[in-house]
Write a protein that binds this ligand. Structure first.
Ligand code: AMP
Ligand code: MG
Length: 331
């Protein structure tokens, strides 16, 4: 028999407006979304917010239909409270409060980055992994140590997804750039040396982007070779920092999260590194790697079961919320 308690998850930290229904026993009944896209100009926060506002009712409807449940059957609302774009977060928070009041059910606000890690633990066999979280804006190496989810390494400037998107724009091949760069890189033959920017467990990507733009402008290189070289260089940097965190924390599990981890070459490099150090590499399906509401629902369930419930009058968005500021009550 299907578990009869359900959580409605709402995700709006960035480009994705997502709604998901997850049962308290961890069955993902639906995971719907609508993603803001643009031909040029990138993510302008107010335009993203307008997109979310415009799509929210439609996405809710399809999430309920897919799950084959009614809104009145929900027992809990979970919303991504941060980190993210403030105008986008506000749309989700307002919607979550409204639904929580209307249905008279509790609301919890959860941390988006930690949700990426906990959904991995739900759908793969990972238990206590180092998370290599590589998305549009965020690029971080996160692990649970000393009672908190700590950031062991991160980008000092732009996220790796943002890097790929800007590189793709410079090549004139459109948005989102990640999948297009991946396809182009498969046709690369020649490795073109690029700067390699790792400091401890942190990385920087802006300098590599500038270098690539100069190489594009010089007209001396094939696009395919530049795409291939960019991937080899940046993914090696990511895997190196993840490995250093694994060694430092003495953990033998690596979990991937974030849209860039859909990339097969990055997955291959992560698997190879894990094999070499006798560790396991866990990779959730693409629908749970990218921003999604199922992970927000599941994180809400974990925290609600541990006793968390928001005060509807005072709960607010947290655009700059760091993972190590989150009080961990569910472990
Ligand atoms: P997220 O913010 O986690 O939803 O991830 C979005 C980012 O993932 C965008 O910057 C995309 O370019 C990137 N992305 C999606 N698919 C791929 C792929 N196959 N390879 C590299 N990057 C990707
Ligand atoms: Mg994300």
């Amino acid at each position: 028999m299907r578990e009869q308690k359900f959580c409605l998850g709402i995700e709006t930290t960035a480009h994705t407006f997502g709604i998901s229904v997850v049962s308290f026993s961890g069955e993902i009944l639906s995971n719907e979304k609508h993603v803001f896209t643009t031909e040029q100009g990138g993510m302008i926060p107010n335009e993203v917010a307008r997109h979310h506002e415009q799509w929210k009712d439609q996405v809710l409807k399809s999430a309920l239909e897919k799950a084959n449940v009614k809104l009145s059957q929900m027992n809990l609302i979970s919303v991504s409270q941060g980190p993210g774009l403030a105008p986008a977060l506000l749309i989700g928070m307002r919607y979550a409060k409204e639904l929580s009041k209307k249905l008279s059910i509790p609301l919890v606000g959860v941390n988006h980055c930690i949700a990426h890690l906990e959904i991995g633990n739900l759908v793969t066999a990972s238990v206590d992994p180092v998370l290599l979280y590589v998305s549009g804006v965020n690029t971080q190496v996160i692990a649970y140590e000393g009672g908190k989810y700590r950031i062991f390494g991160e980008t000092r400037d732009i996220g790796a997804g943002n890097f790929l998107d800007q590189f793709a724009r410079a090549l004139g091949i459109g948005f989102p750039g990640g999948p297009k760069i991946e396809a182009l890189a498969k046709k690369g033959k020649q490795y073109v040396p690029l700067p390699y920017c790792v400091k401890g467990m942190d990385i920087t990507l802006g300098g590599i982007l500038t270098n690539l733009k100069q190489k594009i402008a010089s007209g001396k290189y094939r696009k395919e070779d530049l795409a291939y070289s960019a991937q080899e260089t940046v993914f090696a940097m990511l895997v190196e920092t993840a490995e250093r965190a694994m060694a430092h924390c003495d953990k033998d599990e690596l979990l991937l999260g974030g849209g860039v981890c859909c990339n097969k070459r990055l997955q291959e490099m992560a698997i190879k590194m894990c094999k070499a150090r006798n560790a396991k590499c866990f990779i959730p399906p693409n629908s749970l790697l990218v921003d999604n509401a199922a992970m927000i629902a599941w994180q809400g369930i974990l925290e609600h079961k541990a006793g968390k419930s928001a005060d509807l009058e005072t709960i607010d968005i947290k655009p700059y919320w760091r993972t190590d500021q989150v009080e961990v009550i569910w472990r």
